[in-house]
Design a protein around this ligand. Structure first.
Ligand code: KG4
Length: 337
């Protein structure tokens, strides 16, 4: 029997989860959204401090829910990157201390691998597969020929799609994080505003979102200056059509070109209803299976970190206690630490 305790603290969620032979025994998430909401984005220093305050309580609650104590744990896993440096440090120091105290292995987990492997809570991963990683900090198409082997075949050259949602929401006066409010508003709107489809960067499967973000901000500001009304639902719909349209177009093109067996959605933006709908339409009836994570797994949590850790535990991929965080850790350099 293998019991893993996993810690996630890369951004604004402090999370601890415990698994026993793959079964989730507890999954505790302390979100800081209500604190960062008033700044319209995550304040890194505030986030790190809140992780320090929350982590002991999250650890205690996770153990209580699992009805276990630290000495029952076989390995301590932690998100080592990518993410906010101060935030990552809090989780890593907690995991290292526990590994040292209980003389158990320390397992370093890549945050995006966590989002991808979260899908194992709903289905089996079938290789080769294409992961569509769309979040507040990342927009990547990742090809996996084998388990735990990642190749980035396309990525954003500037902003991430989630970041673009958050900035557009802000200019429209919608709350932070902006993804869900835009998704909801778009359902009530029509494609009334002509927004530029972002110019394709050099790579066939690469993305660019900064032009789209600027176009929305400029359009809203110029309408306001002219005293013309801005329809929030229509703007949300027009923006979402273009932003998600680009993900769908590049992801489907790559999936067919690489001849994958499965397409897997991952990250916060994978909660988007329009993205889910469009991807289902495209892959229904095709030889490619589509795997969509449950909504609870699209936001940051430690259950997904534990899933990756199970695979690494089997392979005995452990880190020394000298391990440092890597805020820019690239997923295709996974085993370099
Ligand atoms: O993966 P995540 O929780 O955080 C990291 O970036 O690691 O993703 C958060 C992002 C935010 O930008 C948020 O606005 C976006 O996911 N998001 C959505 C939706 N729900 C959350 N974007 C579009 N549609 C949604 N329904």
């Amino acid at each position: 029997m293998t019991r893993i305790l996993a810690i996630e603290s890369s951004c604004d969620e402090t999370a601890v989860a415990i698994t026993e032979d793959g079964k989730l025994l507890s999954n505790v998430v302390a979100t800081q959204i209500s604190v960062h909401e008033k700044y319209g984005g995550v304040m890194p220093e505030v986030a790190s401090r809140l992780h320090c305050e929350n982590i002991p309580f999250c650890l205690k609650e996770a153990l209580e829910k699992a009805n276990l104590s630290f000495s029952d744990i076989d390995a301590f896993a932690v998100t080592r990157g990518p993410g906010l440096i101060g935030c990552l440090h809090v989780g890593l120091q907690a995991a290292k201390t526990l590994a040292l105290l209980y003389d158990k292995p320390l397992i370093p987990v890549h945050h995006l691998a966590g989002h991808i492997y979260a899908n194992e809570y709903v289905g089996e991963l079938k290789f080769p597969l294409l992961c569509v990683v769309v979040s507040g900090g990342n927009t990547e198409l990742v090809l996996m020929e084998r388990p735990m082997q990642f190749r980035i075949v396309g990525e954003t050259k500037d902003d991430a799609v989630g970041e673009c949602y958050d900035k557009v929401a802000r200019v429209l006066g919608l709350p932070y994080p902006g993804g869900l409010p835009i998704d909801k508003a778009a359902k009530e709107g029509k494609h009334a505003y002509d927004l530029p489809t972002p110019a394709s960067p050099d790579g066939e499967y690469d993305f660019s979102y900064s032009g789209l973000k600027t176009a929305v901000i400029n359009l809203v500001n110029s309408l306001k200056m002219k005293g013309e009304p801005v329809s929030v639902p229509d703007m949300a719909r027009s923006f979402q059509d273009v932003a998600i349209g680009m993900v769908v177009e590049k992801a489907s093109k790559a999936a067919f070109a690489f001849g994958v067996k499965q397409v897997v959605l991952a990250g916060g933006v994978s909660a988007n209803s329009y993205l889910r709908e469009r991807m289902k339409e495209i892959f229904e009836g095709s030889p490619i299976e589509l795997l969509i994570p449950p909504l609870w797994c699209t936001t940051d949590n430690a259950a997904m970190i534990a899933k990756v850790a199970e695979h690494l535990y089997e392979k005995k991929v452990f880190a020394p206690l000298t391990l440092g965080v890597d805020p820019n850790w690239k997923i295709d350099h996974y085993l370099e630490f």
